[in-house]
Design a protein around this ligand. Structure first.
Ligand code: SF4
Ligand code: URA
Length: 188
């Protein structure tokens, strides 16, 4: 565990601790406010993220940005990261060993950011952070509190691209996040 960002960022440079390190272009570490009240966690970089080294900059990310804009959520006020930092081949779901290895970095990021709310984007984020007993269909839109962090699971933005009806849920879940954040004076 590293006590500051510089050490953590240095530690991840050139990481090859799991097999996803072999084919990546860039490590997608995370972006946004390093002291954010609200953090968003996705699955892993896609093709665009791999090229740019930034999370959620491709199609799914652009859709997320639209929702952010409509709900006055500012990307610069929140922190955005993924379960794995390197792109899985063909955007497949990260395998158990890859997620477990890379989670050490994410856990360290959470400790440094100290968010009050974490929005879990999709099944991979939900299961790796809260446990395999959780399913996204049953859990989305419901607050889960653990160790003084409030978790709001919702659909992954890429799921909205495949199924338009999920957009309504996604909006509602982010609205719930906003309402709770407003009540306890959090920035987003
Ligand atoms: Fe390292 Fe994570 Fe990339 Fe695997 S996915 S090589 S653990 S940074
Ligand atoms: N999907 C994710 O889970 N994360 C990204 O950064 C981009 C797409």
């Amino acid at each position: 565990m590293y006590n500051n960002w510089e050490e953590l960022e240095n530690a991840i440079k050139g990481c090859k601790k799991c097999k996803l390190g072999t084919n990546r272009t860039n490590i997608v570490f995370g972006t946004g406010n390093k002291q954010a009240d609200v953090m968003f966690i996705g699955e892993g970089p896609g093709a665009d993220e791999d090229i740019q080294g930034q999370p959620f900059v491709g199609k799914a990310g652009q859709l997320m940005d639209k929702a952010f804009q409509a709900l006055s959520i500012n990307r610069n006020n929140v922190y955005i990261a993924n379960i794995v930092k390197c792109r899985p081949p063909q955007n497949r779901v990260p395998e158990e060993d890859e997620a477990q290895t890379c989670l050490n970095y994410l856990r360290n990021q959470v400790i440094l950011v100290k968010p009050k709310i974490i929005v879990l984007l999709g099944s991979t984020a939900l299961k790796n952070i809260l446990g395999d007993e959780y399913g996204i269909t049953a859990s989305r839109g419901k607050w889960i509190e653990k160790k003084e962090i409030l978790y709001m699971p919702t659909w992954h933005p890429a799921a909205l691209l495949r199924d338009e009806t999920k957009k309504i849920d996604f909006w509602q879940d982010l609205k719930q996040m906003r309402e709770r954040a407003n009540k306890i004076n959090l920035k987003y």
